[in-house]
Design a protein around this ligand. Structure first.
Ligand SMILES: C[S@@+](CC[C@H](N)C(=O)[O-])C[C@H]1O[C@@H](n2cnc3c(N)ncnc32)[C@H](O)[C@@H]1O
Length: 242
């Protein structure tokens, strides 16, 4: 997928994103609102605003960055979006002058930065934009490489009477890259939604944080604050100033 850029995922998925992923965990909204502590919050990869809009409605002063014009257009068409300051571009470098009480990146969106170099740079930019007691929250899946046989996997992710969704993936374990294609089959047409990520082990995230002068403050398995363990399928890692 050599033509894949920062914009590809959002541009190709914007038309179905809210139908596929519209539901948001109320515990996540509650926790992010609590961590923003009535101050200023920035979402990296804000997408269609399914997380940021409810936070803005509950009084958090929201900012957001996204590389995809189509995702931002969906967000701008929603009521309340004018309260959010938006920037179109990569979140590898934060363009805002302001400092934030909370910076967050959820739904494994941190992995959209496709090299270690970019991920380290993002941590550094986050550290420069946090208030002294500010927090950086990352929600992401824990890689499960047992899914891949011979470096590949094909899985059904949705089966309905009128539509089937499959995801075909290839793993590059050296560069920690997973390249996937969501394949949408319905009665009349086939569609594809590509996504490419660089996954990171929890220990590598902690190391990137250290390089940026941040330290791990909490590490949860879910938004209800269950402790992270070796059996956790995803994690919520929270960093503050060292
Ligand atoms: C999985 S969606 C998550 C959207 C939102 N955070 C949510 O939870 O609904 C990932 C978003 O990140 C954006 N994105 C991907 N790579 C990016 C980059 N390098 N810089 C900024 N945004 C990026 C995509 O356009 C997309 O809107």
């Amino acid at each position: 997928m050599s033509d894949y850029t920062d914009e590809t995922y959002g541009e190709m998925i914007a038309d179905v994103y809210d139908d596929w992923y519209g539901e948001v965990d109320p515990e996540m909204l509650e926790m992010l609102t609590r961590l923003a502590a009535g101050g200023r919050a920035l979402e990296l990869g804000i997408g269609t605003g399914r997380v940021a809009l409810p936070l803005a409605h509950s009084g958090v002063k929201m900012y957001g960055i996204d590389s995809s014009p189509a995702m931002l257009q969906k967000l701008r068409a929603k009521p309340g979006s004018k309260q959010i300051q938006l920037h179109q571009g990569s979140f590898v470098n934060i363009p805002f002058e302001e400092k934030f009480d909370l910076i967050f990146v959820v739904f494994s969106t941190f992995y959209a930065l496709l090299s270690q170099e970019e991920q380290i740079r993002c941590f550094q930019s986050v550290a420069e934009h946090l208030e002294s007691k500010g927090l950086f929250v990352i929600e992401a899946f824990v890689p499960d490489l047992t899914r891949y046989q011979g470096g590949q996997s094909v899985r059904a992710v949705n089966l309905e009477s009128q539509q089937t969704r499959l995801v075909a993936s290839m793993l590059d374990p050296v560069n920690q890259i997973i390249t996937s294609q969501f394949i949408v089959l319905d009665k009349c047409k086939t569609d594809v939604k590509p996504v490419k990520i660089r996954y990171v082990w929890p220990s590598e995230l902690d190391l990137m944080a250290r390089l940026a002068g941040l330290k791990s403050v909490y590490h949860w398995d879910d938004w209800g604050q269950s402790p992270f363990s070796s059996g956790s399928g995803k994690h919520i890692a929270i960093y503050g100033r060292a």
